[in-house]
Write a protein that binds this ligand. Sequence first.
Ligand SMILES: [Zn+2]
Length: 197
Amino acid sequence: MIKPIPTTYRGTTFASTLEADWACTFDLLGWEWEHEPHGILVEDNTRYRPDFYLPTQRVWAEVKGPHNQRIDKPSKLQAALSRDSFDWNADLVVILRPSRSGKGEGERSWWENAINGQDIVIVLCPECGHHGFMDLAGTWSCRRHMREQPEPNKFWTDPNGDLFRPGELPFQRAPRPRRGPQRLGDFFNDFDPKGRQ
Ligand SMILES: [Zn+2]
């Protein structure tokens, strides 16, 4: 397993480059995000602190590498919040995966549902014009409207045009620190031709 490299993006230091990349991808999608805002009590009084909260969508997101270690934590959180996909007022939990290359069009975003029975997609809302996560197995509604409207807006009769599954949206990597020129500079600073004569 590759050791995670702490990466700073927009003033926040993330535990791994993958987390920073997802923050950058949130920005690409125009999503507000909070990094590890607080822990939540799940089973057996254990506290779990997901990597991200997306406040406008009320979505918790856990970034996972290709491995499945501690994959049970997001599942437990979703179960603690709600097991019912039609409970549109409950927070949603999404697992975020490393990017994969798409069909000849560069890197693509990949995500998964936290519990069996969910079908997490990203939809483009025709009312507010924003992309957001949605559980296709539950209420077809824009999660951004929830805080403003007493009832969910059910609008998709044929969502195929504005519905994105994993691998169908771009993935934006956070800028990496440029180490090459810096090392070259160190080399010339250390190199003293006169000292060698
Ligand atoms: Zn909307």
